[in-house]
Design a protein around this ligand. Structure first.
Ligand code: ZN
Length: 383
């Protein structure tokens, strides 16, 4: 598709304006006739939308933003939903349906906004149990029933309980665990660039430091991209899914127009209204605490997000934003290789804590890489 940006005029712009208005990011169209223009207000709304969805906030509508906008315009009930093998339906309405099925105790898998085989299976089960025509199509009658029922499942949803069980069964040792490390951006996409320092390069550097430590403990570390390439988020997720990874760690740094913005934040999959990957949340918590305790960076906490890499990965996934290139203190830290080692170590220890299920007596921030190697080795001998 063609990129749309400021100054463009025409029907494609009008379509985008309508979606942004539906989402409340632009005032509703005021009946004004004439060609729609991609003006400053549209650009601002696109940026806000991109920020909400974890897309690159460039104010330009490229393929990823266009797809997200197209998905976002669908509300549950706008159309019938069913499984089409060759061309699966995607949209926010599918996401809402998956959420609803999970709330009612039907295993629709990890909600990803794509109507796949498992969504159909869960929907048919629901229809069967509620004496509806079990055709696997979410039409008006099915929708009515879905809406009338009170949620049955609170706290634990099958897909997340499975994730927890998998971590528990995997045992405390790191050896043999397969991790996908995902350095953000790359290639032509430099990410945040401030005074000649690019996020893509820093993310790559972090990834290599982390990879080295993981390999030393006997883990299998795979990197989601080459040093000079930038796969789409969907491809990064697919890479991890195909590898059957145990965890997915996405590494980014941030920048802001304000120099004041600083600190570290970690994100895990969740919608902010109930659906949360418990393992992702636990890992994000360990990661955030270890990094903050070791670096004295400002604690910008952990947050649930339904960003593509978090949503489309089938394993617990987190994304860290380790400081702001636009903030003088954070920048000085990020440019120091010693600091980058500390962050890599913190990430590794956080993974270890996840597999120890929080059952260890080392205070946060004190577990060293050497401790960790010793631990792995003693276990190996005892086994
Ligand atoms: Zn980034």
């Amino acid at each position: 598709m063609q990129l749309l940006h400021r100054g463009d005029v025409g029907p494609a712009v009008s379509e985008i304006r309508n979606v942004l208005a539906t989402l409340g990011l632009l005032p509703p169209p005021n009946g004004h006739v004439g060609p729609a223009t991609y003006d400053e207000s549209v650009e601002h709304a696109v940026r806000t939308f991109q920020q909400q969805r974890g897309l690159i906030t460039d104010g330009v509508v490229g393929p990823a933003t266009y797809r997200a906008l197209t998905d976002a315009k669908w509300r549950l009930g706008d159309r019938s939903l069913a499984y089409f093998v060759s061309r699966p339906i995607s949209g926010d309405d599918v996401f809402a349906l998956q959420e609803r099925l999970l709330e009612l105790g039907y295993d629709a898998g990890r909600p990803d906004g794509i109507f796949g085989r498992q969504t159909e299976h869960a929907l048919r089960n629901f229809q069967r149990e509620y004496a509806l025509n079990s055709d696997g199509i979410c039409g008006p009658a099915t929708l009515r029933s879905l809406r009338q029922l009170a949620p049955k499942v609170r706290g634990g949803r099958p897909v997340y309980l499975r994730e927890q069980e998998k971590v528990r069964r995997a045992g405390p040792r790191l050896r043999g665990k397969r991790i996908v490390i995902d350095p953000g951006h790359g290639g032509n996409d430099r990410g945040a660039v401030v005074n000649g320092v690019a996020e893509a390069d820093l993310a790559w550097d972090f990834a290599r430091r982390l990879e080295g430590r993981m390999v030393a403990t006997g883990m299998e570390a795979l990197i989601s991209r080459g040093p000079n390439s930038c796969p789409a988020d969907a491809d990064r997720a697919a890479f991890a899914n195909e590898a059957g990874a145990d965890l997915f760690l996405s590494l980014h740094v941030d920048a802001n127009r304000s120099q004041q913005a600083q600190g570290v934040a970690t994100f895990h999959f969740g919608t902010g209204n109930g659906t949360t990957s418990n393992v992702g949340e636990a890992l994000a918590g360990f990661l955030q605490r270890e990094v903050v305790a070791r670096t004295a960076m400002l604690d910008c906490r952990t947050h649930p997000k339904s960003w593509e890499v978090l949503r489309w990965t089938k394993m617990p996934a987190v994304r860290i934003e380790a400081g702001y290139l636009s903030n003088p203190q954070d920048r000085a830290r990020l440019l120091d290789p010693g600091f980058r080692d500390v962050v890599a170590e913190a990430v590794l220890v956080a993974v270890k804590r996840l597999y120890l299920l929080g059952k260890d007596d080392q205070p946060t921030g004190t577990f060293t890489f050497d401790d960790l190697l010793r631990y792995e080795l003693s276990r190996a001998e005892g086994a």
